[in-house]
Design a protein around this ligand. Structure first.
Ligand code: GSH
Length: 204
């Protein structure tokens, strides 16, 4: 059985959502964002969530886990195949959603959690907010013309890309709600409305 360390609203959402889309059985270990159980640290000294254990395979990068699950338990149309047009654009979007869009937001979460009642305005946070706004432009341009970020159908590139949009839409701490264009709000809501996404949200 696939085991997944999960915290509501964390990037483990991507992994649980994908399992739900694929109909894969899994055992969730639900923990708080700042909890570091010894079993988590034993496999991932960095202490980040998600962590996935599947037999001898232990992974802790959300998008690598998504690629592992689709390759191991596919075939599935939730990926673009190498011989399909737009394959490298799709691969780029897998990285973009995490490395370029969502990862910098982690610094804002850390700043707010470590100083909940203080001011969160500083030059670093300003740079992150500013770059998030321009990076959203990549998605806005695509989703103005298409329903999905890449390849013309729902894939794990959407699971990657929409995480940062939903984070910024649903949490005031980022101060970025106004940056999200109408096309992106509509897209995010379409992703949230997927039955598999709703099943993921119900995991407590
Ligand atoms: N690039 C990693 C980022 C993992 C990450 O930063 N996870 C956050 C939750 S979304 C976390 O565990 N934060 C708590 C901590 O760093 O202690 C991924 O995509 O899985």
């Amino acid at each position: 059985m696939i085991e997944i360390y999960h915290s509501p609203r964390a990037r483990s959402n991507r992994v649980l959502w994908l399992c739900e889309e694929m109909g894969l059985p899994y055992t969730p270990h639900v923990i708080g964002l700042r909890e570091k159980p010894p079993a988590l640290l034993a496999h991932n000294p960095g202490g980040t969530i998600p962590l996935m254990i599947d037999g001898d395979t232990v992974l802790f990068e959300s998008m690598t886990i998504c690629e592992y699950l689709t390759e191991t338990y596919g075939p599935t149309d939730l990926v673009l195949h190498k011989d399909e047009p737009g394959y490298w654009d799709y691969r780029q979007m897998l990285d973009f959603g995490e490395a370029t869009l969502a990862a910098p937001l982690t610094a804002i979460v850390g700043t707010v959690l470590s100083n909940p009642r203080g001011s969160h305005d500083n030059a670093t946070i300003d740079v992150i907010r500013h770059s998030f706004r321009s990076r959203l432009g990549v998605l806005a341009a695509r989703l103005h013309k298409a329903d999905y970020v890449s390849g013309g159908r729902f894939t794990i590139a959407d699971i990657s890309a929409v995480y940062g949009i939903i984070l910024a839409l649903k949490n005031d701490i980022f101060g970025l709600k106004d940056a999200i264009a109408e096309d992106l709000v509509t897209y995010a809501q379409r992703m949230i409305d997927r039955p598999a996404y709703q099943r993921m949200l119900a995991v407590k």
